[in-house]
Design a protein. Structure first.
Length: 352
């Protein structure tokens, strides 16, 4: 990584490649077709799209929903590894740092797999092989036979201290929430490493602004989940540092008053971007729709930053979010059809 972070960033080249990739993402017509197909039809449809290579490579070992799931993960990793291959200079560092989010996915996938006694092959196929972990590191995690061993293997990573602190809570409660939260907090606490306070309207400043928005939206999501759960949970334990909207002590107070929390968000710098999301909260059962709306708002926010400074990391981050949305939507459709959900029920699960 150190070699590729030297020199200048090649924003013009990478953003051009990203625009080309983004134009190939599934559109509303594709989703309308997919929600009316069965799992096997969905698999055949994907074989005729840019997922063809992954579907063919995995088709001998998997079928139906499993084939779709694993092809999605492999395709996602391929596209994001391409971003790293294309990028040079500080841009490479920004993208590599952000793609650590898939290190969190992989750590949580291994932990969940061990917790549920999943077989090694299933855990391995659920990994998204992009991010900072090497193939050897991922294989060692998959080979672990206990959660304690996973924690030990992560000793020299950003996850070490948070996981060690959370492990006693896991042992006493026998639930994964403390460990999964520790993994998320480790990622978000390191998102803005080495960024500092850059000059306004520079590529680095826009990168920082986007990361702050993602952290703020994550805190909003967690706050609403806690408020709606009525559980005796300290919101500060789920607080992610680095955003602009809340301090940990403020969030603890706001969670006890949902109306005040919503008003705080409405009056913030994100108020205009979250109008639809906030309106959805008027329905007590709409937390899922609210979270989807948050995801949509973050994507729109990244696009707004991209328009302000097109030769920056923002178009790349926006593409990452859009590609993730496509993957999540295809997965939701395939799972929904396998479960026998109606078209209307599946469409409610899609991220706009």
């Amino acid at each position: 990584m150190s070699v590729k972070t030297e020199g200048s960033s090649n924003y013009e080249y990478v953003t051009a490649r990203v625009r080309s990739r983004r134009a190939k993402l599934f559109d509303e017509d594709d989703y309308r077709k997919l929600v009316r197909m069965g799992p096997s039809e969905i698999a055949r449809f994907m074989e005729e799209t840019e997922y063809e290579a992954e579907m063919n490579a995995l088709g001998a070992r998997h079928s139906g929903i499993d084939l779709v799931e694993y092809a999605l993960n492999r395709n996602l990793a391929k596209h994001f590894d391409d971003l790293l291959t294309w990028s040079d200079g500080p841009l490479y560092g920004y993208v590599a740092n952000y793609l650590r989010k898939f290190d969190t996915w992989n750590v949580k996938t291994v932990i969940r797999g061990i917790y549920t006694d999943a077989d090694r092959e299933s855990i391995q196929d659920d990994l998204i092989r992009t991010g900072e972990f090497s193939e050897r590191s991922l294989d060692r995690l998959v080979d672990a036979t206990s959660i304690e061993e996973v924690v030990d293997l992560l000793e020299n990573t950003i996850f070490a201290d948070p996981l060690n602190e959370a492990f006693s809570d896991y042992e006493s409660q026998d639930v994964l929430v403390p460990l999964e939260n520790a993994v998320d907090r480790a990622f978000y606490s390191h998102l803005m490493d080495n960024i500092g306070t850059p000059e306004p309207d520079t590529p680095t400043a826009l990168y920082r602004e986007f990361l702050q928005a993602e952290i703020d939206f994550r805190n909003v999501r967690n706050a609403l989940r806690i408020a709606r759960s009525n559980a005796d949970i300290d919101p500060a334990a789920y607080f992610m540092d680095g955003g602009r909207l809340f301090r940990a002590d403020e969030l603890r107070q706001l969670v006890s008053n949902t109306d005040e929390l919503v008003e705080r968000i409405r009056e913030s710098t994100y108020g205009d971007d979250l109008v639809e999301a906030l309106e959805s909260l008027e329905d007590i059962d709409s937390l899922i729709q609210f979270e989807h709306a948050l995801d949509t708002a973050l994507l729109e926010y990244s696009e707004k930053l991209s328009n302000r400074y097109p030769l920056s990391v923002c178009p790349v981050l926006s593409y990452i979010l859009a590609k993730e949305r496509e993957t999540d939507n295809i997965r939701a459709i395939a799972r929904g059809r396998e479960a026998g959900l109606s078209v209307e029920e599946i469409e409610e699960e899609l991220r706009a």
